[in-house]
Design a protein around this ligand. Structure first.
Ligand code: AMP
Length: 215
């Protein structure tokens, strides 16, 4: 299945919450790219400038990543894509890839959140770069003191304010979503795969609705 929605709509949070329930991995192209940037691999060096200014990484790069990821053994029983596809070219490439792999796309979940709320969520967001959990300085503060995600002993990593969560880049990312990703709503509507949910609610309520829908 695919999670569709603007940056900050909660795609990653919901996918993470469903992993234990569905027993299938979350695949986040953003996480893969951030790991590559951190490790300074050729992919990371190529992607970094696009990411830091809120632009999309070129289609051929992310399509290549997904082609490699979807043939790994841990995803043979299913997967949740979070942050891919983001353009029509990516969606068409994914359709072709899935046809080749003989893996049908079962559902596309669109998480709807008003844009003003998204900006508020992202500019206050703090992310643990190890376990990928997200917090918010006002709405979901870490249990102890910022900047450490130390509520679970195995993850004493620093919480960061992602460079692309600064206000000017957030505004740019929302514009990129409107221009390049929103057309995918009608793309998947035409395939009768789109399931739209209200994302302007507590995360647990959304997870509950998703569990009921995915049955
Ligand atoms: P995310 O963590 O999903 O918000 O992604 C962070 C950044 O990674 C985006 O703003 C893009 O620069 C890049 N990125 C992630 N996924 C994609 C994708 N499918 N296509 C192009 N760029 C992507």
């Amino acid at each position: 299945m695919i999670f569709l929605g603007a940056p900050g709509s909660g795609k990653g949070t919901q996918a993470q919450a469903l992993v234990p329930n569905l027993g299938i991995p979350q695949i986040s192209t953003g996480d893969i790219l951030r790991a590559a940037v951190k490790a300074e691999t050729p992919l990371g060096l190529e992607a970094k400038a696009f990411m830091n200014r809120g632009a999309l990484v070129p289609d051929e790069v992310v399509i290549g990543l997904i082609q490699d990821r979807l043939v790994e053994p841990d995803v043979s029983g299913g997967w949740m894509l979070d942050g891919f596809p983001r353009t029509t070219v990516q969606a068409e490439a994914l359709d072709q890839l899935l046809e080749k792999l003989g893996q049908p796309l079962e559902a596309v979940v669109l998480i709807n959140v008003p844009e003003a709320k998204l900006v508020e969520r992202l500019t206050g967001r703090r992310t643990c770069m190890t376990c990928k959990r997200v917090f918010h300085v006002l709405f979901n503060p870490p249990p102890t003191t910022i900047p450490f995600c130390d509520d679970h002993a195995d993850c004493p990593s620093e919480l960061v304010h992602r460079p692309d969560d600064s206000l000017d880049v957030v505004i740019q990312r929302q514009a990129v979503y409107r221009d390049q990703t929103e057309p995918l709503i009608s793309y998947y509507e035409q395939q009768h795969k789109l399931h739209s949910i209200d994302g302007d609610r507590p995360a647990e309520a959304i997870t509950g609705e998703l569990k009921a829908f995915l049955g």
